[in-house]
Design a protein around this ligand. Sequence first.
Ligand SMILES: Nc1ncnc2c1ncn2[C@@H]1O[C@H](COP(=O)(O)OP(=O)(O)OP(=O)(O)O)[C@@H](O)[C@H]1O
Length: 576
Amino acid sequence: MIDKRLFQLPGVKSLFKLLAGLTLLQAFMILLQASFLTTALVNSWKRQPLATLLGPMFAFFIALALRHGLTWIKSRLLDRFATQTSENLRQQLLDQIYTNGAQLAASQGTGNLVTVALDGLDEVDNYLNLILSKFMNMMIIPWVILVYVFFQDVTSGIILILVFPVIILFMIILGYAAQAKADSQYAEYVVLSNHFLDALRGLTTLKMLGLSKRYTKNIYQVSEKYRQKTMSTLRIAILSTFALDWFTTLSIALLAVFLGLALMKGSLPLYPALVTLILAPEYFLPLRDFAGDYHATLNGKNAFTQIMELLHLPTITNRQQLPASPWQADSQLEIKNLNFQYDPRTASANLQDLTFSLHGFQHVGIIGPSGAGKSTLLQTLSGFLVPQGGSIKLNGHSLDHLAQEEWQKQFAYLPQNPYLFRATIADNIRFYEPQASEQAVAQAAAQAGLKTFLASLPQGLETVVGEGGRGISGGQAQRIMLARAFLAQERRVLIFDEPTAHLDIETEYALKQSIVPLMEQHLVLFATHRLHWLQQMDYIIVMDHGQIVTQGPRATLMQEKQGPFFDLITQMRGDF
Ligand SMILES: Nc1ncnc2c1ncn2[C@@H]1O[C@H](COP(=O)(O)OP(=O)(O)OP(=O)(O)O)[C@@H](O)[C@H]1O
């Protein structure tokens, strides 16, 4: 019912001890409260002088106040613990996302990660707050009451102890049903988050293709499915609360009948009968509270489980295997039998047994049909994805992966889908060189062909772009990415994943005039669908279905009159 990992959280053990002490005190307050109230009632039943009622009534109010005071202290303690813990978890989750970001986003979905890091943690806060105190109440209060009742009347004690396991069994059965429903509800929530973010990101494309209306329907269907799952979880939760209330009320009524009969027979004095009856609802209350809140916090439990799973995913380690040694004319990167798979449950690898070597300031073109694995290869070479197998040797150093701090300082990476941070254009260009002067930034922007665009903006380089900033076209974003590479020229490796995919042919040709000189004295890895770039390459890797189908110097491949390179080039000419 409770995630066991909850007990491994830092500080939870001492909090548990403190809560146990306070709950025990609270249980005694409940006993005192019931006892003083009963005394006052018995005295008034026996027509004792009013003065004999005042003492017990006063003591009753003191016990009542202390009981609620203890509840307040407990809730403050829990509140502090829950806030602190969810803050810690948020920090750990962000660290995990920063360390394994690309891989995590690829396997879990960005929408899902964002939802977990925001809403999920709030749910966890709520879960910790409620479940810990309710659990403690359920573990202590009924038993203290039961012992006291046994001392008052053994038959009542036996009735109470007999109905307890029945209720627990009942709770477990309904709990399992609710858990199954909540699991599928949460899974649907994850789908919805990913779906929504994907739709938001692709809105421009969808509009361009005239598909936005059809997609609205799609989003509606996913949210509708989520609504149905939520309603069916709520149905079980409401049903179980109702059933539990009904069952406990019935048990109290049954107890009342037994006590009434005993009173009529005269086998039980008024005090023990009355105190048992007053205590009976208190005996069931922690159980009902736990069950009620258990259903209310199922989402929190699911979010907690998911966060713990995310935190326990293998993290990228050994990031400092490589000593600082900038890429030079005699540098070498050897890759043998490299394998990578996004989802190990799928049948085929996304990169399969890739073997090649790169050296010096080679210009390497990576071509292949859509889905061949070009971007996956570039992301693995950039260290954003960690391969599951193969050997990597960089300048003679054997490495587990290329997520090496020193390697990542040496390249400029231009992704297929540029992402701009919410910042000024100048700061976006300074990505690799935060200290670059204004003049250097302006020069890099001009080299990337941004001059006319910047001149049309009242604030020029200081215009804020990115989320909530000024809108920007795909081509302009790609030029900002290019400007980053122009600014960071001492990074001797350029990893370009279709850097001109969003540009029209004329603009691409114009920009090519500046990109070509930039490539000099650089190792260039260039994935492209555009044939004319091959003239700038001196080595070509042809990929298909995650494999290298052929590779070699461009001049050699160009002479082939058949084979994978020839076929692809013929096809690309047709596409071009
Ligand atoms: N995040 C991901 N999770 C699972 N599979 C993925 C993911 N990203 C890509 N793939 C799969 O990996 C394979 C290679 O994709 P990749 O994007 O590397 O191809 P590509 O050659 O770059 O294609 P394109 O030319 O269209 O950009 C494809 O089958 C693709 O569906």
